[in-house]
Design a protein around this ligand. Sequence first.
Ligand SMILES: NC(=O)c1ccc[n+]([C@@H]2O[C@H](COP(=O)([O-])OP(=O)(O)OC[C@H]3O[C@@H](n4cnc5c(N)ncnc54)[C@H](O)[C@@H]3O)[C@@H](O)[C@H]2O)c1
Length: 266
Amino acid sequence: MVSIDMSGKNVLITGAGGGIGGGIADVFAKAGAKVYVADWKFENAQRKADEIKAAGGEAIPLMLDVTKKDDIYAAVDKIAAEDGRIDNLVTCAGAMYNVPYMKTTEEQLRTLLEINLISVNNTCQAVLRHMIPRKEGKIVNVQSSASREGHPLCAHYAASKFGVMGLTQSIALSVTGDNINVNGLCPGFIDTQLGAQQNSNLWDVLMKNWGKSKEEMMSVLVARDIPMQRLQTPEDIGYAALFLCSDMAKNITAQSLNIDGGMKLD
Ligand SMILES: NC(=O)c1ccc[n+]([C@@H]2O[C@H](COP(=O)([O-])OP(=O)(O)OC[C@H]3O[C@@H](n4cnc5c(N)ncnc54)[C@H](O)[C@@H]3O)[C@@H](O)[C@H]2O)c1
């Protein structure tokens, strides 16, 4: 039987107090990994870690604001000191504005670049300092279908996520000689709180714009845009992240995998 066993491995997941990050954390814990559940909303990180432990897994909650470089380095160095290494990193912290382009502000762009892009750069660099000397490690950066295609309501989000794709490819090619794989995942539509912090949750904005209930709106969206006719789940993203962090994926690097029910073909 072929299966993915992460026993004895650890993983740092940013934004793991949220929807997709939480799903990724659950999947890694079920595969036997020790999961560092990092989020700037510590109560959410704590709740997810408690859920994992109640289900028999191993999890440690971490308060981590990914816009604070010094805090990232401190958290990463502490994990490496305590465990002797970092095996896997999944960057999933994210934010979004859904605003017509001519109403966007430069401040919103700066906010999204800080949270969605610069944070990924800093977290990858902090972790790679420990992976490179060991000549081992796997990194997965959560991108988006908006890493491949712009949208009039989320120009700044798309700009940040295009950036994450370019950064992921470039980092991956920088460490090919170090036995380290760096890949991205592009989720389609998942029902989460993304953007709520910015008073700009996608589902709330669409409900307002379309004048429909969430269920009505989702069924229209699914029928119109998703060939497989279903929304994605946080666990869908978790299983893909687990595969990319496993030895089964040792020859996959610098790729971005769509997990969107066939919505994007590139
Ligand atoms: N939901 C979707 O349909 C969808 C689609 C494609 C990509 N994504 C991406 O998936 C990732 C997770 O989003 P989600 O949908 O689970 O949303 P979410 O809001 O449920 O989760 C995002 C998490 O990131 C955390 N976060 C935000 N800023 C942070 C910071 N400065 N430091 C640390 N943590 C911070 C939030 O507290 C939250 O827990 C994001 O990168 C998002 O862009 C989501």
